[in-house]
Design a protein around this ligand. Structure first.
Ligand code: IFM
Length: 451
């Protein structure tokens, strides 16, 4: 039996993002984002699903905060929708948009739930996309303006900020693979976007700290553990590249090591850097590497990679191990290893897991229950990995389950369910799942004795 007691004051949280839950896309002066446009473009999301209504959280936030209180959450990570605040991306501030987040934060504080506000979780205002979007350097400057506006308005009540969520997704998933908005397939644009998303983080941190002195700020990177399919030099070379592309590209830059030279060389050899990293201007790397108050990351799975004809042509191998509904392998060992690596190699002084969770489609029973044993097992295994890491000296201080509610899972629409709370989208009724009750017990006991 594993003893799963966590350090006193451990931050037990849950996370969501604006476009995935809020709905109300035309309410109170909100502008359009690239996800409004993308999801309304035929063929981009499963069954043409959009976030137009989502979980209707914009109107039901009080009910949702009451559920958070029932769960005993210590902290809630939400994102602010940039187009609610600056409908055209820059310039005139839309006060009703700010007021919504003020009301949300007040409700959280009234229940002793610490707000963690993410400023960018992928809903770029379309006006900025039309001016070039993330491949354009100016988007980072626009982000810093926006960050300053929000921090100025909420900074007396919100002390914890995450600038940018998952820059890998913002750049490569969205500009090279084309699976997310804006749906581009262009390596040089994706690489420029990756740099500008990190630059936005650096500039945004400055803006937040200027507007809200004493605020604690970080970025949320997403990591995928990379494991070679065999011990052959060629497979290990493929895993090196995969790890560099998904993880080190962002991590090394944020940690002050600059972009990894081996990956720059791989991208150059592949012809992906025609301008030879000209997007990196003097001073950028120092801005990107400015110390964060905490280091946050999201973890879900690993990939097993085998050699291709070149490191960047690696192949993903699919072992027949258990997977979640997303098809993502359940691999808690990867979380443990990443935590140790952040500690031993990068000496991160304070670490937070800003997302970890699993999609399962367990049905709602006639009596209003969802018996989501798979999710509970996933959570338990990943929390055991966290606990092992803490015992090994890793300064892990918080864990945010993804997600509080079932919600709009981007290109998968509503066909994936990550929530602790089942949402019946036809009625907008919320039903806490068994995992909600399990997590509630865990939070109340600050872990599980004999867990
Ligand atoms: O739903 C997403 C979230 O928006 C970002 N991180 C991964 C989650 C699951 O895919």
């Amino acid at each position: 039996m594993t003893n799963l007691l966590f350090p006193d004051g451990f931050i037990w949280g849950a996370a969501t993002s604006a476009y995935q839950i809020e709905g109300a896309v035309h309410a109170d002066g909100r502008g359009a984002s690239i996800w409004d446009r993308f999801s309304h473009t035929p063929g981009k999301t499963r069954d043409g699903h959009t976030g137009d209504v989502a979980c209707d959280h914009y109107y039901r936030y009080l009910e949702d905060v009451a559920l958070m209180a029932k769960l005993g959450l210590k902290a809630y990570r939400f994102s602010v929708a940039w187009p609610r605040i600056l409908p055209h991306g820059r310039g005139a501030v839309n006060q009703p948009g700010l007021d919504f987040y003020k009301r949300l934060v007040e409700a959280l504080l009234a229940h002793d739930i610490t707000p963690y506000a993410t400023l960018y979780h992928w809903d770029l205002p379309v006006a900025l996309q039309d001016a070039g979007g993330w491949p354009q350097r100016d988007t980072a400057a626009a982000f810093a303006e926006y960050a300053g506006v929000v921090a100025e308005a909420l900074g007396d009540r919100v002390r914890h900020w995450i600038t940018i969520n998952e820059p890998w997704c913002i750049s490569f998933l969205s500009h090279q693979l084309g699976e997310h908005a804006p749906g581009m397939q262009d390596w040089p644009a994706a690489l420029a976007a990756s740099h500008h998303a990190l630059l936005a983080h650096g500039m945004g941190m400055q803006a937040i700290r200027a507007a809200a002195p004493g605020a604690e700020v970080g970025i949320a990177l997403n990591f995928t553990a990379a494991v070679p399919a065999s011990n052959t030099p060629a497979d290990r070379e493929a895993a090196r590249h995969f790890d560099g592309h998904y993880n080190r590209w962002f991590l090394d830059a944020v940690a002050g090591h600059g972009y990894p030279a081996d990956i720059v060389a791989d991208y150059s050899a592949a012809g992906y850097l025609p301008d030879n990293m000209a997007f990196v201007q003097p001073g950028d790397l120092a801005l990107i590497a400015a110390p964060n108050d905490f280091f946050a990351f999201n973890y879900y799975t690993r990939e097993v990679v085998a050699a291709g004809s070149q490191p960047w042509n690696y192949q993903v191998v699919r072992p027949t191990t258990p997977r979640t509904e997303m098809g993502w392998e359940i691999y808690p060992e990867g979380l443990y290893k990443i935590l140790l690596r952040l500690h031993s190699h990068y000496a991160m002084p304070r670490i937070i897991i800003s997302e970890n969770g699993a999609s399962y489609l367990d049905p709602l029973s006639a009596d209003g229950h969802v018996h989501d044993h798979g999710r509970i097992a996933y959570m338990r295994q990943h929390l055991v990995a966290c606990h092992r890491a803490i015992s090994a000296g890793v300064p892990l201080t918080g864990f945010f389950y993804w997600s509080l509610l079932d919600n709009f899972e981007w290109a998968f629409g509503y066909h994936q369910r990550f929530g602790l709370i089942h949402v019946d989208y036809a009625t907008q009724q919320r039903y806490p799942k068994d995992s909600f009750l399990w997590y509630r017990e865990l939070i109340a006991g600050n872990g599980l004795a004999g867990g």
